[in-house]
Every structure is written in C-alpha cells, then in structure tokens.
Write a protein that binds this ligand. Sequence first.
Ligand SMILES: *Cc1c(COP(=O)(O)O)cnc(C)c1O
Length: 425
Amino acid sequence: MENKLKPETLCVQAGWQPKKGEPRVLPIYQSTTFKYDTSEQMARLFDLEDSGYFYTRLQNPTNDAVAAKIAALEGGVGAMLTSSGQAANFYAIFNICQAGDHFVCASAIYGGTFNLFAVTMKKLGIDVTFVDVDADEDELNAAFQPNTKAMFGETISNPSCAVLDIEKFARVAHKNGVPLIIDNTFATPINCRPFEWGADIVTHSTTKYMDGHATAVGGVIVDSGNFDWEAHADKFPGLTTPDESYHGLTYTKAFGKGAYMTKATAQLMRDLGSIQSPQNAFLLNLGLETLHLRIPQHCRNAQTVAEWLESNEKVAWVNYCGLKGNKYYDLAQKYLPNGSCGVIAFGLKGSREDAIQFMDNLKLACIVTHVADARTCVLHPASHTHRQLTDEQLREAGVAPDLIRLSVGIENVEDIIADLKQAMG
Ligand SMILES: *Cc1c(COP(=O)(O)O)cnc(C)c1O
C-alpha cells in the first residue's frame, strides 16, 4: 500500500501505523530488551524462525518504523538504520565482500568514505579500484576483476558536486554480475530515487538532509530487492551458502528478496553493533516529516545563490549542476529534474588566504564541519577536512585548493546573498 502513496505523503505518514489506542506519534522505545512468555518463543527468535524484537542491538521498533519510512521513500523492500553514514557504507560493502575481494568505486566521493575504502578496508583485505565518474563504459569495465563484488558511487558527490550517470554505472555493474550501491545522501529520495535507474542498494548519511537540523548522526542502508544473488551464487557465498552462525540457514533461500537486509541485520549488526539509538531515530523521523518541504527550498535558494555567484566578478568559478553550461547540467536534468541539492562548490579569485578571509567575514553563514542542514554553512576543505594535503594532493583528490563548499540553507535567500556580498568586501 505504502509504495503507491506519493513521496510527500510517505514523508509524513509512512513507517508508523498505530493500532487502536496506540500513540499517534512514533514512540521512542527506550528499551534494550523485550519480554517473552516462554523460553521456546525466545529460542525461535534467535534461530530467525520467528520475527520479533528481543535486543535493541539487533532490532528496535522505533528504528524499524523509521527504516520502513525510508525504504518506502526509496521504493525498496527493506532498510536498516545505522549509527552513522560511515557505518552504512561500511556495512553495505562488507555484507557482500570479504578478505580477498575487490570492488570498484567512483573517485568523486566523500572524503570519509574515501579513507574508509582506501585505507581501513584495505587493512581488512578488501581492495578497491577508483574510477573517474566521467569514465566511459570501456574504462569502467576495465576496472573489474574476477574477485570484484560491488560497484559504488554517490548520486551527487560531496564536496565536488559531480553527478553520477547511474544508468551507465548500473549497466556496467550488472554486465559484470555485481550490484550497484549508490550513496544518495545529497539528492535524497525527494529529488532522485536511484532504484528507478537500476541501482540495487542505496545508502545515506541521514545526518545530512534527512535529519536536516544537525541534531543526530545516523545512516541507513536500503535494498531494492532487485539484485539476483542466486544468479551469481559463486560470487556471494555469504548470501547463497549456509551461515554456520545460524545453524546452516541460507539467506537467499530463507528470505528471498529480504536476504541482503536480513544478513546485514542478523550477522553484521549482531557482530559489529553500530546501531542508531532510538532517540536519534525519533529525531530523524521528525526531520523526515518535512523533507519534502525543505528540499525544494534548499534547491531554490542554491540555484539563486549559484546564479548570483556566477555573475560576480570576485568569483573565479562556480560548480552547481543547476547552472546552464555546468559540466553536469545534462545529467542533472535527467536524474534530478526537480533540483539537485543545496550544496555549491565555488572558488574566489585570489589566494588560499583570500578564501579564509572571506569565510571569517561571514556572519549568517557559519564555518562548521557539516553540510546539508537548515542553516547556511561553509567549509574550506583545504584548510579543514583536507588540511593535511598539499595543493598537488588536493587536485588529485578532485578538491581545488580554493574550493569553498557552501551549503545553502532554507533562510531567506536575500539575507544569504547579502551576507556573501559583505564578506567579499
Ligand atoms: C557525511 C557523509 C557521509 C558520512 O556520514 P556520517 O553520518 O558523517 O558518518 C557519507 N557519505 C556522504 C555523501 C556524506 O556527505
């Protein structure tokens, strides 16, 4: 029923459907444990023979209601909340990759994800090959190896604002018998639903627009249920062969389209435990209730600010895919016809020091290590998140030394522009 409702309705209503006499608003189940009458009932839960709650590290009703809302918004069959976006991306890959495996990843991605993949997962024996987001299909195919298990990219990359050609990446992934995982944090399901373009699994840092108020760090993984694990059974033994930690149960046989999410919950969350607290899930749900109202306002404001920046003689360059003439304009028209996001990358004429002076002069826009919430904010990756890199290394990472990441909020756009103007002096 829920999947037929429009996104605006799902934002407000999906996930929590109270029965007679239950709270109208999603309650916070602030309980680690859940009660059963017999030992037998509890044993069946541990064997995955019955579904139900027994311990919040595995599942919690507040979290499940919010995950169900996000699954409905993305058009997926199931979802799991995680403690952060980092945990979501780690689990999404680790659920199908083990030591000795490999995956292919677009190079224009969030710096934290880059580090996770290139450094930490490498230490676990999982190898990654980075490909240019703009590479053609032959170049993308060339990155695949016999042990490749997944392909990964961001709908709109943070902070470089590149738009991924999801259909092209999905074609290449499927040709090579692996799923396409898309981090949809910046677009949100209001502006793009990657499953409609062939992606198999979607992740989010819910810390950003979904929460939208900068109150709760969190993440989510959503499964489309479309990838046929059995058709590539030799590549995904974790899903298609018996799990000894569950008495030899095989996820694809026991759970069908729910196999990937069940394994992520029953095995990874059980063993690694990066749960979202029910309190944070409650805050996330409040954010989701207005996502469909906030996102268009972020986009309208960002479009106006991007056009103003582009016409300003003190500005060297602007990267916003809503600008005609932008490298990603055509892809944005295809995948993000209603708008992309509130994040703009731009550079000022002058030196690194001029960029720093401009940011120090800002009054309404704050300097914060955050992005994609209601308040306009700025970050200079070269002096903050990427400050250990030289100018040369920055360019290699796709981050220009003068790049200022401006996250346009939902204030009045005239006030935002007035602030930028006074800061430029
Ligand atoms: C912030 C971010 C992450 C990491 O999420 P956290 O919630 O900070 O752990 C992952 N991907 C993208 C695109 C992000 O912007």
